[in-house]
Design a protein around this ligand. Structure first.
Ligand code: SME
Length: 185
């Protein structure tokens, strides 16, 4: 990896309860080999979530890992499905809209369709809900466990067309790891 990097920390399970360690470096620009970068991130997330099933704790650490590991993001986090609405969950970034309706906006569309929605230009997406005017592109992955919709993972970027099929595949893998480790909320 080149020297022009963001510095961040990651935690391995055996030191989770004691102290942070292992300063790690990642690119501040998009990696040339996204699948490899996501594979590495998947390994880190697997380690981070091993032995913990609490939804809020795992969602918080997943959002923090993603936000600190991936470049060109201004928001990363979860909305939980609560009594038919998407309610803001653990996230990293600026304060965001609290309640979203199913079928509305990018999150509500992904939740209703139970499919990832990738939006290259949020201004061109009818009904996009702008929590942060800086957001220009977005990807939302539904979180489904045992056939039940638990919520969505939402990533926003200030860069147009920030997300592509490799991001979708990588993020869907991260959500699968989250779902496998985590109990229903
Ligand atoms: N833009 C989203 C709303 C959530 S924020 O981006 C955090 C949407 O259209 O559903």
């Amino acid at each position: 990896m080149p020297a022009a990097t963001l510095k961040w920390f990651f935690w391995t399970p055996h030191i989770l309860s004691s102290h942070t360690a292992n300063m790690f470096e990642i690119k501040s620009t998009l990696p040339a080999d996204k699948p490899a970068a996501y594979a590495e991130l998947a390994t880190l997330l697997q380690g981070l979530l091993t032995g913990e099933t609490d939804f809020i704790a795992n969602a918080a650490n997943t959002a923090a890992l993603i936000f600190n590991a991936l470049p060109e993001l201004n928001w990363a986090g979860f909305y939980r499905l609560v009594e038919g609405e998407l309610v803001l969950g653990p996230f990293q970034g600026k304060p965001a809209c609290v309640r979203l309706q199913l079928g509305k906006g990018v999150c509500g569309t992904a939740a209703q369709q139970r499919q990832t929605v990738l939006v290259p230009d949020v201004h061109a997406f009818p009904g996009h809900i702008a929590c942060d005017a800086a957001s220009r592109s977005e990807i939302v992955v539904p979180v489904i466990k045992d056939g039940r919709l638990l919520g969505v993972l939402d990533l926003d970027s200030p860069v147009l067309s920030r997300f592509d099929a490799a991001d979708q595949a990588g993020l869907e893998r991260l959500v699968a790891i989250f779902v496998e480790a985590t109990a229903n909320h």
